[in-house]
Write a new protein. Structure first.
Length: 136
C-alpha cells in the first residue's frame, strides 16, 4: 500500500532496526510508494515511509530491487555529486563511490550479494545512508 513520505528530520536521523520476516510487507509498501513517486524518486528506505526497519528499494534500470538488512561490504572510486531526496527540500553535495558490493536478504529471505556500478550504486548508497540515520 502506498504510504506518505516522512519529512521529520529527527525521525529520519535515527538508526534503523534489523528487519525480521514479519516485515516482509514493507517490500510491497515500498514498491507501491516508489511507483507512486516515480517522477521524482528512484529509491526509498523504510524510514522514509515511517518504519525504522533496515529495508530499502531502488530502481536497477526498470527493475525494483528490494533489500532486507543490506550490508555494504566493499566500495571503490569515490566522487562528489549532488543529490535530492523526497524527504528533504533541495539538493546537497555528497561523496559516493563508483562501485559497491552489498550483501542482503531478498523477498524470499534468501542471502544475496550484488555488485553495483555508477547510478544504481549511487542510489543504493543514498538509501543505505538512510538506514544509518545519515541525511545528505
Amino acid at each position: 500500500m502506498q504510504q506518505a513520505i516522512v519529512k521529520d528530520i529527527f525521525f529520519l536521523q535515527q538508526k534503523s532496526e534489523v528487519a525480521v520476516k514479519s516485515d516482509l510487507y514493507l517490500a510491497q509498501d515500498l514498491q507501491d510508494t516508489l511507483l507512486a513517486n516515480q517522477e521524482n524518486c528512484v529509491g526509498l528506505a523504510a524510514n522514509m515511509i515511517g518504519d525504522k526497519k533496515r529495508v530499502i528499494i531502488f530502481m536497477y534500470g526498470m527493475v525494483p530491487i528490494i533489500m532486507f538488512n543490506p550490508i555494504l561490504r566493499a566500495k571503490s572510486g569515490p566522487y562528489q555529486t549532488e543529490e535530492g531526496c523526497l524527504s528533504l527540500v533541495g539538493s546537497r553535495s555528497t561523496t559516493r563511490y563508483q562501485e559497491i558490493t552489498v550483501d542482503y536478504l531478498d523477498r524470499n529471505w534468501q542471502p544475496q550479494t550484488i555488485t553495483l556500478k555508477d547510478f544504481p550504486a549511487q542510489i543504493c548508497q543514498h538509501e543505505l545512508d538512510h538506514l544509518e540515520g545519515i541525511l545528505i
